[in-house]
Design a protein around this ligand. Structure first.
Ligand code: NAD
Length: 481
């Protein structure tokens, strides 16, 4: 793809409805993970750019818009995203390294978030509260003001959709700091928003390093809410920065999510979910099912079924649209290889293969399935963020629950069983934000509140819950005798 033919200049910041040079005139080189070659340069935004963006957000006309007007603009943005799905998918594939089909799915999800929140913006209201004689009491849902959004590189379009879409729908104005590893779709999104008629200052995008633009945004006193998606280490810094300004923060962090397979499950139905949940986006998914817990009586059967699927997996350049693309960076590849080193001595069931078309300079890795891993092993406890899954055997339901809850993360989990009572019991016992029964991910529905417990973070995005999170409640008690 020819980056020079885009309708915006990717090396600029988008502030107050205008494309501008970063204040300090510094840039970062963006790499295409499939080739390891430089894709283009992006802004290395600084505290001055963040300050400019926050001021633009504070003065935006968006705050005066009605809920109906906001909904209409978001719906228009949704339609424009749909019209430009192919371009967005190609950008994301080149930038993130995800196979085209998966990138296309992310662009469609972005449109769906905008559609959902566009439709919801005039359907969220307060309530009246019966109270003492002579009083009328009601509540108002009001926007926080300026919301800061710091997002990672793995699903930029989806995460922008769920967090910026909901924040704008509630009448907030936004400053977005995309990841330095992949930010082209964030800039394309700003371009679409501007063409759709989103008022100046409602969305500002400042690319840059986490330690510079990201840190400046997190501690800026003009920010009234921070939504952060990313690693636990950085999440803690964001929460500390938010605490200094006493502003609320939503943290969407990592995971080590289990799928639990019982002997009475429909194994054929489970199989594609068991594998895809681990290798989608080359395993760089917060809700990846990196642990597969299998009841001992069917352990070998499930292992063989998954092994066969793994051997057929093909890894290659994003544009070739195989099962997996490369990892995002050389650094990420090293992290995953270090985890694989820790697995030395453990049995490997199967690996996928890297296509001949994959350049040596790209960041490719073979998807790897480990057998019979002790549940307290590092491979079964820590987030790897690569295409690596571990199989863990168990005997009883109690054991399965104990193992599933044994990590300090708690994002999602799934249970494969046809025993209804067990489904209900386990859904209550599992410590996480979403439980799936006889599926995994439920198609990623934008309607479904999402978020974690423990080291996976706190607060909820997606669904109506996000609208509550991106607003604050005011109670009005009128005495009229
Ligand atoms: P990361 O924490 O390194 O970076 C995320 C964002 O934070 C980037 O934009 C980065 O520039 C910024 N950042 C880095 N240092 C910062 C600082 N000091 N102050 C402010 N901002 C800073 O995470 P990553 O490696 O890009 O993403 C992978 C992680 O994200 C994984 O742990 C994954 O599980 C998690 N994730 C979670 C979800 C979810 O919804 N729960 C979704 C996707 C990814």
């Amino acid at each position: 793809m020819d980056i020079n033919k885009l309708s915006f200049n990717p090396s600029l910041c988008f502030i107050n409805g205008k494309w501008i040079q970063p204040h300090r005139g510094k840039f970062i080189e963006l790499t295409n993970p499939s080739s390891g070659k430089i894709l283009c340069k992006i802004s290395r935004g600084s505290s001055e750019d963040i300050d400019h963006a926050v001021k633009a957000a504070q003065n935006s006309d968006w705050v005066h818009s009605t809920a109906l007007e906001r909904g209409r603009v978001l719906l228009k943005m949704s339609q424009m995203v749909l019209n430009e799905v192919e371009l967005l998918a190609e950008l994301e594939a080149n930038d993130v390294g995800k196979p085209l089909t998966q990138a296309r799915g992310d662009a469609i999800a972005l449109a769906r978030y905008l559609e959902f929140y566009g439709g919801a913006s005039d359907k969220i209201h307060g309530e009246t509260i019966p109270y003492l004689k002579g009083y009328t009491v009601y509540t108002l849902r009001e926007p926080h003001g300026v919301t800061g959004h710091i997002v990672p590189w793995n699903y930029p379009m989806q995460i922008i959709g769920r967090s910026i879409g909901a924040a704008l729908a509630m009448g907030n104005t936004t400053v977005l700091k995309p990841a330095e590893e992949a930010c082209l779709s964030a800039l394309a999104f700003a371009d679409i928003a501007s063409r759709a008629g989103l008022p100046e200052g409602a969305l500002n995008v400042v690319p840059g390093l986490g330690s510079e633009a990201g840190a400046s945004l997190a501690c800026h006193p003009g920010i009234n809410h921070i939504s952060f998606t990313g690693s636990e280490v950085v999440g803690k810094k964001i929460q500390a920065a938010a605490a200094k300004n006493v502003v609320p923060v939503t943290l969407e962090l990592g995971g080590k999510s289990p799928q639990i397979v019982f002997e009475d499950a429909d194994l054929e139905a489970a199989l594609p979910f068991l594998v895809n949940s681990g290798i989608q986006n080359a395993g760089q998914t917060c809700s990846a099912a990196s642990r597969i817990l299998i009841q001992k009586s069917v352990f070998n059967k499930v292992k063989d079924m998954m092994g066969e699927k793994y051997r057929a997996l093909r890894v290659g350049p994003a544009i070739d649209d195989l099962d997996l693309g490369p990892l995002i960076s050389k650094r990420q590849k090293e992290i995953v290889l270090n985890f694989l080193e820790l697995g030395k001595g453990l049995k490997i069931v199967a690996k996928g293969s890297i296509s001949r078309n994959a350049p040596e300079t790209g960041f490719y890795i073979q998807p790897t399935l480990f057998e019979d891993v002790p549940y307290d092993h590092k491979l079964a406890q820590e987030e790897i963020f690569g295409p690596v899954q571990v199989l863990i055997p168990f005997d009883t339901e109690d054991q399965a629950i104990h193992i599933a809850n044994s990590t300090s993360f708690g994002l999602v989990a799934s249970i494969w069983t046809n025993n209804g009572a067990r489904q209900m019991r386990m859904a209550k016992e599992l410590k996480c934000g979403q439980v799936f029964i006889n599926n995994y991910g439920a198609g990623g529905g934008v309607e479904l509140p999402f978020g974690g417990v423990g080291r996976s973070g706190h607060g909820r995005e997606k669904g109506f819950e996000a609208l509550y999170g991106f607003s604050t409640l005011k109670t009005i008690a009128a005495f009229h005798g």
